[in-house]
Design a binder for this molecule. Structure first.
Ligand SMILES: Cc1cc2nc3c(=O)[nH]c(=O)nc-3n(C[C@H](O)[C@H](O)[C@H](O)COP(=O)(O)O)c2cc1C
Length: 200
């Protein structure tokens, strides 16, 4: 049984980062952590969502997933973020959520959170690393403890070998190209293990 409280905070428009988040949730529960899976609020205009059937379908399918709040950050010992790449950067929905944590940051409540990031893009080199690095830049300002997966397990290689954080390519058919489930689960387990050490 782990003493770690793990928040998995994601944004997803067509389901890829939701699936990454779900695998992280599974791994977190398997490790005995207390887990919250939450999505950041959607910001896009209704018309944009309606114009994209895959986006609309995912939006409707995940209506019941709880929305992330500052309380989830304050509550968590460890946080796994998952965000799609948008022009090589963190999705604005995720960025908005981070930017709304100024009050928490100012009161020192983001310090020593153990964090790790995941991402996806439609090209194998479409900006996944840059997106995760952008996320980590904000985490440095938070005084968070960043836990990259590195090459701490061979599963990283089969998943495309991104040491910054697990990332995946979304193919033209909308599905994942690489098999990254094991890498997500390893990254989650490792993040929890580091949080356990920090909690000691
Ligand atoms: C506005 C916009 C910008 C995007 N920018 C990139 C990009 O820079 N590189 C890339 O490979 N894919 C890009 N994509 C594709 C998305 O990253 C991809 O569809 C996403 O990772 C799927 O994740 P999701 O299903 O969780 O939303 C972009 C998509 C949109 C809508």
């Amino acid at each position: 049984m782990s003493n770690v409280k793990l928040a998995i905070i994601y944004y997803s428009s067509t389901g890829i980062n939701y699936q990454l988040a779900k695998w992280a949730e599974e791994a977190g529960k398997a490790a005995g952590a207390e887990v919250r899976l939450v999505k950041v609020p959607e910001l896009a205009p209704e018309a944009a969502i309606e114009s994209n059937p895959a986006w609309k379908a995912h939006y409707d399918a995940t209506k019941d997933v709880k929305e992330a709040t500052s309380d989830d950050i304050e509550w968590a010992d460890a946080i796994i973020f998952s965000t799609p790449t948008r022009f090589g950067n963190v999705a604005s929905q995720m960025k908005q959520f981070l930017d709304l944590q100024g009050g928490l940051w100012a009161s020192g409540k983001t310090v020593n959170k153990v964090v790790s990031g995941m991402s996806s893009a439609s090209n194998p080199h479409g900006g996944q690393e840059a997106t995760i690095l952008s996320l980590y830049t904000s985490m440095m300002h938070w005084g968070a403890i960043i836990v990259p997966p590195g090459y701490t397990d061979d599963v990283a290689y089969a998943a495309g070998g991104n040491p910054y954080g697990t990332s995946v390519t979304q193919g033209q058919d909308g599905n994942m190209v690489e098999d990254v489930e094991a890498a997500v689960k390893h990254q989650t387990k490792r993040t929890i293990e580091v949080a356990e050490k920090v909690n000691q």
